[in-house]
Design a protein. Sequence first.
Length: 633
Amino acid sequence: MSAIQFVVRDVAGNLSRGSVAGEGASSSIIVGAGADVSLNLTAGQILSYTRQGQALQITLIDGRVITIEGYFAMDGVAENTLFLSADGYMTEVQLQQGAGADYFATYAQDSGLGKFAANDDLYFVRGADVIRADAAVGDDDVGMLATALGGVAPFLGWGGAAAVGTAVIAGVDGGSTNGPPPPVIDVTGGVEGTGDIINQEEHSTGVVLTGVGTPEGNVTVTIGDATTTTIVDQDGNWSVTFPPEEIPTGEYDIPVDVVIVTEGGEATTTETLVVDTVIGASIDASGGADGVINAAEYDGGITLTGTVTGNDQVTVTIGGVDYEATVVYDATSLTGTWSLDVPTSVWGEGEYSADVTITTTDAAGNSFSTSGSVEVDTLIGTSIDATGGADGVINISEAAGGVTLTGTVTGNDAVTVTVAGVTHAAAVVYDEVSNTGTWALDLPSSLFTEGEYDMGVTVTTTDAAGNTATTEGTIAVDTLIGVSGDATGGADGVVNAVEYGSGVVLTGSVTGNDAVTVTINGQSYDGVVSYDDVSNTGTWSLAVPTSVMGQGEYSQGVTVTTTDAAGNSASTSMTVEVDTLIGVDANATGGADGVINGVEYGSGVVLTGAVADHRAVGLPVDRDGDRVAARDS
């Protein structure tokens, strides 16, 4: 016969293992107070419990006796706890003193190995093979033998078939009952008591419950409105599966009623089914105030946010990298809000869409993923390509016709132009191929006052993402031009023969350091300009050679034209008076015969002759200042 295995766990949690009541083995186990003792036996294999002093004597159905020394205190109170274990199940033996040295045994069965981790060390997986000494293995009346032993026949395998109940063992012969033993039933998987939660995946394939019970017993399992039946197999195991459509989805607890019926009667146990198939998450904001990350938001970093159905873990995947989000849970609504601060290093500058995936997993093992995209637009810019005028300076002619300012912008963005403190909206022509735009603004002529100055221009562009760029420039305005002929030539304004002979110098003024052209008799000559940068004025002069103007007495037209760097032009006309003619003829000197005699002398002498003009005769100079000498022929 095989020895009986035992485990002793002392009050400090130390374990001692061994065997008793075998060939050459001791039949005694020595324990201290507060120990747990587990024997590899079933209740049906024990005939009696008796006390001998402080020792507990256990008599088996095959006649062997196991003694546990130190089990009782001096007053007969048990100081230790006894367990029976076989086939992965365990029963606690609770002893109450009967008549004399005999004790009554009450059995409380545990629910199976692994359910109560605190007692896992006390379980025996192997079965117990103790049988009654006078029993034959070939007996047909196995059931009767089991009844006589007060339990299920041990050689059928205990399998947890001893229900919680009371057996009174008195004396070696024990007691017996009439009829089949009552059935037992327990749930070992799929319910709250076994630490199981039905998640989304498990629900989708059917809700499975497992258990143990009396072999060949009819088992009925009811969950809400759904009921299914099965039969316990010869090993004492049963299993049922509820289709997904019979168990509602959601997050809730629901009672599970399990009933077993055998020839020995009916037994019931109740458990709780925990269902949690609810999982979900969302991306509420993809980034930025308007869903697009602009340049300003890019610099400050972006916080992505969303919701989750419970207090679940959230992982955000960006660019193949996983980031753990922070979840704030609201126990009232059973929902959570997740957030993730994304550093700027994650996003590249430019204009593009970035894929974002969030994955959430709850305590039930449900998992859910959703994807979205974050729009990034950090590109913005504008320029002033032309400030106005053909050469960048607005002259008189250009100002009179109005000026068009133009420039470029990085996209199809709004452009405003501020000139002279007034802001105008520019027109933008967008090229979707190059993703660039050209802006233009017509400025009216009334905007330009006369003068020579710089006008400030500010161009601002704003795109749909909220990016803003500004550039500044100036418009050069030059609407001043003028020229005059201050002296037309000669000391008295008339070029006489003497002045003509030495050359004539024409002079005048000009508004700036501008070129001056003087035109005489169809011939143009460049004047010499002396510029005064303090007053921004010039004086021009031109020495006119004598070959340019003919002698005589006439008026000479002169045109003076000036042109500045801005392209402004001005002209003035004047007249140069010329008189180079002079002469006198005294053909008659006096008297009738050209000789003044006494009579003629006495009455006065009249001289006559011809002159070139109406000039005074006998004066040293003519009216133009030419001196003449009159002599007779």
